[in-house]
Design a protein around this ligand. Structure first.
Ligand SMILES: *Cc1c(COP(=O)(O)O)cnc(C)c1O
Length: 387
């Protein structure tokens, strides 16, 4: 018998043959630098837990205490009875932290991006996105019904030309602060200038910059000294450097009220558990207080870049904790990642469609919990791979 969806299995086989098949590994330990996965002890260079907070005792304790007080389930959406004192306190603390009027929690970063862009834009508007923006930003742009214009990666002049060519009532320029699969920083001052010159708004997704860059972890906006007026929409996640889960948008009172009224991914979903908000508060205190985590991360990254250069590896420019070794071919990237795994190194092979075709790569991420010896041993392993 033949019918609809008969082509699923052949399609899957094809994906496999192209080296693009995605498989999950099973984690058996806490998240951290040393993990147990599929029955093996591995040194982890693939996590976004940049500051090493995902298993921090104070964060864990805050979550347990939160669960004891609030229970596990939040019971409903924020607009019904799911918005707890813990959520509210975290929002106020995040507003303070980011120097904005207010902040609003979303259950995930994906939902935050979808919610913001669709709440702000509709038919007749225009959204300008860096080509390498995170999938959730591009999806938000598509879904909004606004005209979506993607501009060349980090190319301020290309953006300027596009903005001048497309006159629309509301224009939103959207960029990752730190690009998730390359680790480079967006040219935020240039983007902000174009926004200001054209009465457009700039939205920054700082999933990989918040906590890592800038004074006290204020992120890529802090790093560049961008004011809230220059970057009126700031989105960041709590699942990476904060080591927790969820996301937030920070901005003016009018922006946040608009999101509460209109962002469908905010309105029509269950609030994140209050215990997670308590964990987020504990993580925020550590992010602000413990500069040594950022200093260490920067030192580890510098050591890696220097060592890699000595090996003759061409690393793209990256001032973040994300370091990339481009291999091009997907099969090769998978083979190298697999060979590293055999030696106890967990390094991700990033392939299309996550990155453009022909640019498969190893994505190496550091955590404040890594030791210098870990970096040196990883470099030894890479040297033996003869990349
Ligand atoms: C991880 C990520 C997101 C999505 O955040 P989640 O909380 O994991 O859904 C959005 N934008 C960027 C740039 C990211 O790296």
């Amino acid at each position: 018998m033949t019918g609809a969806f008969d082509n699923l299995s052949p399609q899957l086989r094809q994906v496999q043959e192209q080296g693009l098949y995605r498989k999950r590994r099973i984690l058996e330990s806490a998240q951290g630098v040393e993990v147990r996965m599929d029955g093996r002890e591995l040194l982890n260079f693939s996590s976004n837990d940049y500051l090493g907070l995902a298993s921090h005792p104070e964060v864990v304790k805050a979550m347990i205490k939160g669960a004891q007080h609030y229970g596990v389930g939040s019971g409903s959406a924020h607009l019904l009875c799911g918005h707890s004192k813990a959520h509210h306190a975290l929002e106020e603390e995040l507003a303070d932290f980011t120097g904005r009027d207010r902040a609003l929690l979303f259950s995930t970063g994906y939902m935050a991006n979808l919610g913001v862009i669709t709440a702000l834009l509709g038919r007749g508007d225009a959204v300008f996105e860096d080509r390498l923006n995170h999938a959730s930003l591009l999806d938000g742009g598509l879904y909004s019904g606004a005209r979506l214009k993607r501009f060349r990666h980090a190319d301020v002049d290309a953006l300027a030309a596009a903005v001048q060519k497309i006159p629309a009532e509301n224009r939103l320029i959207v960029s990752d602060g730190v690009f998730s699969m390359d680790g480079d920083l967006a040219p935020l001052p240039g983007l902000a200038k174009i926004a200001a010159d054209n009465r457009a708004w700039l939205m920054v997704d700082d999933a990989h910059g918040i906590g890592v860059l800038g004074d006290k972890g204020s992120g890529s906006c802090g790093h560049f000294g961008l004011t809230p007026l220059q970057a009126p929409v700031l989105m960041a996640t709590l699942g990476k450097a904060f080591g927790v889960f969820g996301a937030f948008v920070a901005g003016s009172d009018a922006l946040i009220e608009t999101l509460i009224q209109r962002a469908r991914t905010y309105i029509y979903t269950t609030a994140m558990p209050a215990a997670l908000a308590e964990a987020g508060r504990a993580a925020l205190r550590l992010v602000i207080a413990e500069d040594w985590r950022r200093d260490r991360l920067a030192a580890l990254t510098q050591r890696f870049r220097k060592g890699a250069r000595q090996l003759g590896l061409q690393l793209p420019d990256s001032g973040s904790a994300i370091q990339v070794v481009r291999l091009g071919d997907s099969q090769r990237a998978v083979a190298v990642s697999e060979a590293l795994l055999q030696q106890g190194w967990l390094v991700g092979a990033i392939r299309p469609p996550t990155v453009p075709r022909g640019t498969a790569r190893l994505r190496i991420t550091f955590s404040a919990q890594h030791q210098f010896a870990h970096v040196d041993r990883l470099l030894d392993a890479l040297e033996k791979m003869r990349l």
